[in-house]
Design a binder for this molecule. Structure first.
Ligand code: ADP
Length: 578
């Protein structure tokens, strides 16, 4: 089945349309460059007999003519290379940005399954490889093909009988090249797969290095890494051996061809079918075929390697895209923030229902705490509200609008989210709170004040311009959480989704974060996956979720006194607190 998101070379060539004028100028330069080859062969036909006769005047004249042609040819080659480099590079740039756009639109469930190192490798190395093929095709393969045609056309013009012998050898070379090409494609794909697993392992290793050190298992990781490196080396070596073998084989066929033509040519001169001068031109032209054939062989291998990379890139582009395009759907004028789940069923794998007829109403401006054992489906509820996923059955409503009908970007802008594990892109604190949105410094400071982050930020030597290092290593856990709260609050969201961190902070940080959260929740619809008693007690309502359905709803006192699932849960979770 043809997948519509697939990128292939035809798609890429079509994208060249926007560069027609520069391609035309490059094409003219290419024509001049190519046409110089048969002219040079013709001049050589005049030069060699003149040398034989010791005719200095004739030799000098031809040398000057050849020099002029060389200068014209090299100038044309410079123009061709420099002019065509621009569209070729634009095409690889276009490919990279298109892929990243597709990646951003890929359904989140599929993204989660991919290793970040592997994706990063594909988007850099594989794209580079495809880019290189595009560049070579435009700037090297095309002139080589034309050079081959022009020079061979000239050879037929001189003596078609002799050219027949050359034609017989051509399919043999083509067959060999294409057979090698197939093998190179397979070997290259294997080698690329190995290197991207290596990139995946590397990114995991960097993140997990503190744990590896803490458990003193560096030797195990090194061993794993060494094995992967070895696998990659073996795969790459297999490919390089194939390529290495191809050149001498094609070279031997070329030599056999040249020697046969020398023999047949001598016979043609003897029998009067060809003059010395013609044979000299013919032989020079024949030598001129070697270079483009060798370029075409190498480029064909690279094309095959590029195809392997393109296949790997298509494994990203053909992943399911987001459920609903972000630019369709309604954008209601005003949203109060009431959320309702009506008979919602959801399953990640179409076998087990993660949500099982879930019904839940969260009134606008109220705080609802979700409690329940791990794996009950609480995060899935968040994913449905954010439209990362869609109910298999039933519906989710916001102020009575079915989420299916609501514009995804519009919806997401109404929502602020504070995830359990703080993730912040490296950059300054102000940039982290802004998170790509256009806003004023004043709004950033206000959000930070509500999140109880302003004071500590101001105390830092560079204040809001303090650079947060990768993974926030220069700030404390509590500080990062407060920045994460400020980031969620920046757009003044109507709905706040909080996934409380399970890891304990020290008492002082805990108090600061709780103060930030409390201020953040004010006058918003809040849905919080709660792990702390203080949060649960502040909630207007608590929903106990078990096995994908709501089994109890009420406030803390009501539920606690009911002696039901909530009481059990509290007994298990917060025994000492009650
Ligand atoms: P909770 O937040 O209550 O711990 P989740 O909503 O995260 O529960 O998960 C509910 C169930 O769905 C779990 O059994 C979990 O393994 C499964 N699950 C969660 N996310 C995915 C996913 N992306 N793919 C497959 N299964 C998933």
């Amino acid at each position: 089945m043809k997948q519509k998101n697939k990128i292939n070379f035809i798609y890429l060539i079509r994208r060249l349309k926007g560069h027609l004028p520069i391609l035309l100028l490059g094409g003219i330069s290419m024509f001049v460059y190519v046409i110089c080859w048969p002219i040079l062969a013709w001049l050589s036909g005049k030069l060699i007999p003149a040398i034989g006769q010791g005719n200095t005047k004739q030799v000098l004249t031809v040398i000057i003519q050849a020099l002029i042609i060389f200068i014209i040819q090299k100038t044309a080659q410079y123009l061709q290379d420099s002019l065509l480099a621009k569209p070729a590079l634009a095409l690889s740039q276009d490919l990279r940005t298109t892929l990243f756009r597709k990646l951003q639109k890929t359904n989140i469930l599929f993204i989660e399954k991919l290793s970040s190192g592997d994706i990063a490798y594909r988007l850099t190395e594989d794209v580079d490889r495809v880019g290189e093929v595009i560049y070579k095709t435009i700037q090297d393969t095309t002139p080589s093909i034309f050079q081959l045609l022009a020079v061979f056309g000239y050879m037929i013009f001189i003596d078609w009988n002799l050219s027949l012998a050359t034609i017989i050898l051509a399919p043999l070379i083509a067959l060999l090249v294409s057979d090698f090409g197939g093998k190179v494609l397979k070997a290259s794909e294997q080698s690329q797969n190995k290197i991207s697993s290596l990139a995946g392992l590397l990114s995991e290793a960097i993140q997990g290095l503190p744990m590896v050190k803490a458990f003193a298992v560096e030797a195990w990781l090194q061993d794993d890494f060494d094995k992967q490196v070895q696998l990659h080396k073996d795969a790459k070596y297999k490919m390089l051996k194939l390529i290495a073998l191809q050149h001498p084989i094609v070279g031997i066929i070329e030599i056999i061809g040249i020697l046969s033509i020398l023999t047949i040519g001598t016979y043609r001169i003897q029998t009067g079918g060809m003059s010395n001068e013609e044979f000299a031109s013919y032989f020079t032209a024949l030598v001129m075929l070697i270079d483009p054939i060798s370029h075409l062989t190498t480029n064909y291998n690279e094309l095959k390697q590029g195809q392997a990379s393109l296949r790997r890139l298509n494994q990203i582009t053909t992943n399911p895209q987001e459920l609903l395009s972000s630019d369709t759907g309604i954008k209601p004028e005003k949203i109060q923030g009431k959320i309702s789940f009506k008979n919602v069923f959801f399953s990640y794998d179409s076998d087990n229902n993660v949500l099982n007829n879930l019904n839940l109403d969260i009134d606008n401006g109220k705080i609802m705490a979700l409690v329940g054992p791990s794996g009950a489906g609480k995060s899935t509820v968040f994913s449905l509200i954010l439209k990362f996923i869609e109910p298999c059955n039933g519906s989710v409503f916001i102020d009575g609008y079915n989420l299916n009908k609501v514009n995804t970007n519009y919806l997401r802008r109404l929502i602020g989210i504070v995830p359990q594990k703080t993730f912040i892109f490296s950059g300054t604190i102000a940039e982290a709170i802004r998170f790509g949105r256009s806003t004023t410094k004043e709004n950033i400071v206000n959000a930070a004040k509500i999140a109880n982050a302003h004071n500590f930020i101001e105390e830092l030597p560079d204040g809001y311009e303090t650079f947060i290092e990768e993974r926030g290593s220069n700030l404390s856990g509590g500080q990062l959480q407060r920045i994460s709260i400020a980031r969620a609050l920046l757009g003044d969201p109507t709905i706040l989704l909080l996934d409380e961190a399970t890891s304990a902070l020290d008492a002082e940080s805990e108090e600061s974060v709780q103060k930030g959260l409390q201020q953040a929740m004010h006058k918003r619809t809040v849905l919080v996956i709660a792990h702390r008693l203080s949060t649960i007690q502040k909630a207007d309502k608590i929903a106990v979720i078990e096995k994908g359905r709501v089994c109890e709803v009420g406030n803390h006192e009501e539920l606690f006194n009911r002696q039901g699932r909530y009481k059990d849960f509290c007994d298990k979770q917060f025994i000492k607190s009650f």
